[in-house]
Ligand binder design. Structure first.
Ligand code: FNR
Length: 371
């Protein structure tokens, strides 16, 4: 269908699922065990309702913000997701171009299928890009990767800590690689070793992270990373209040509350619920670092609920993969435009003329199950 017929992110996903290969669809949509967490990530937003304020001037409404000091047209970023070329020949480059056009920031996966250079060079030097790091078990190999992305001009390191082992993604494991898929998005790309194709037990994720550090710690890994780089450091994959507090004590610049889109530990709490608990139990943490969430975000109102609770911005993983699979760069531009329109509608409805007007009192967690 022509792009004008795409009204929302669900429409985009529907188109993508029709054009994706069997393997690509399985890899993108797969999640741990029985897909409870991936489903609840999205559904959990529906337990939060607004207390909109009226009689507040919203004729001029500005949805822009800054993330780690970098300007973003809306409080949304692309979370790092592997193997975008499985969905479209240009893969991650579609996202970097679309992000540039719309003024948002892309976090590039360690397991990107286009080269880190290709992706950043598709954007002008003024466009910030962040880098998602899977730390190799060998410090020297990890250091080499950090040096590479620093030199290329990436502006922050998002260290992923929730995937020291691959989650149990049966849909991915069951779906075989065919030659065409291997050409477009082989797990060999960027893997520092000799793993070929998908592992028969752990699937694509198993192949991609086979050489990564399984012994990350607050005491050892964070000081090591600080010594390695002066870039801002964000911990991606914090899943409870206690670890958010430890991250603040470790002195990192941000945390991304995330359960990897439900792909790692089944029954990890939805990130919006973790954010809600953090706001209630440890509001001081928000003064020490920036807090983001990702997982299950589909609508502008989802973004606004997170912002009311104190998040600086919200990440989306699958929606960007689906959008670039369906329409390339234009698809990426389209979903950002949709989100921007939805965010503006939501902000005006809430009586918020800028993101700083979004407050915790504007959301309530209800104890009944909507619909
Ligand atoms: C991911 N995610 C991910 N995270 C990461 O740190 N490194 C990676 O390489 C990947 N790869 C990846 C591939 C695919 C296909 C998906 C769907 C996800 C997790 C990603 O960054 C993000 O946390 C989730 O995708 C957020 O959930 P939603 O927006 O997909 O619901």
């Amino acid at each position: 269908p022509p792009l004008v017929r795409i009204m929302n992110l669900a429409d985009m996903e529907e188109v993508a699922r029709k054009v994706l290969s069997h393997k690509a669809e399985a890899y993108y949509s797969s999640a741990a065990d029985d897909h409870i967490t991936v489903t609840e990530n999205a559904r959990a937003f529906s337990r939060f309702f607004f207390h909109p304020r009226v009689m507040r001037p919203v004729g001029k409404c500005d949805p822009s913000t800054t993330i780690l000091g970098f300007k973003s047209s809306i409080p949304v970023f692309a979370s790092g997701a592997a193997l975008a070329k499985l969905g479209h020949p240009l893969g991650e480059v579609n996202i970097s171009k679309g992000a540039t056009t719309t003024g948002i920031i892309q976090m590039v996966s360690s397991n990107a299928s286009a080269s880190y250079a290709e992706i950043i060079q598709a954007a002008p030097p003024s466009q910030p890009l962040f880098f998602q790091l899977y730390k190799n078990a060998d410090d020297a190999v990890a250091e080499k990767r950090i040096r590479e992305v620093e030199q290329l001009g990436y502006k922050a390191i998002f260290l992923t800590v929730d995937a020291v082992i691959p989650g149990n993604r049966e849909k991915d494991v069951k779906s075989p690689w065919v030659t065409e898929d291997l050409e477009r998005g082989s797990p060999k790309v960027h893997v520092d070793g000799e793993v070929e194709g998908g592992d028969t037990v752990f699937g694509t994720a198993g192949a991609l992270i086979a050489h990564d550090d399984r012994d990350l710690t607050w005491e050892k890994t964070i000081p090591w990373l600080r010594r390695m780089t002066r870039l801002p450091i964000v911990i991606k994959g914090v899943q409870c209040v206690e670890d958010a507090v430890l991250a603040a004590e470790a002195g990192v610049d941000g945390i991304l509350l995330s359960n990897h889109g439900g792909r790692q530990l089944e029954y990890s709490l939805p990130p919006i619920e973790v954010l809600y608990r953090l706001r209630k139990q440890r509001p001081d943490v928000f003064d020490k670092l920036e807090v983001y969430i990702d997982g299950g975000v589909q609508r502008g109102t989802d973004v606004l609920k997170a912002l009311c609770l104190g998040a600086t911005a919200v990440g989306l993983g699958r929606p960007f993969l689906y959008a670039q699979s369906a329409y390339g760069e234009a698809g990426v531009v389209k979903i950002v435009q949709i989100l921007e329109r939805e965010i503006l509608t939501g902000m005006r409805g809430l009586g918020a003329a800028s993101v700083k007007d979004l407050k915790p009192e504007m959301v309530e967690r209800v104890d009944w199950e909507p619909l």
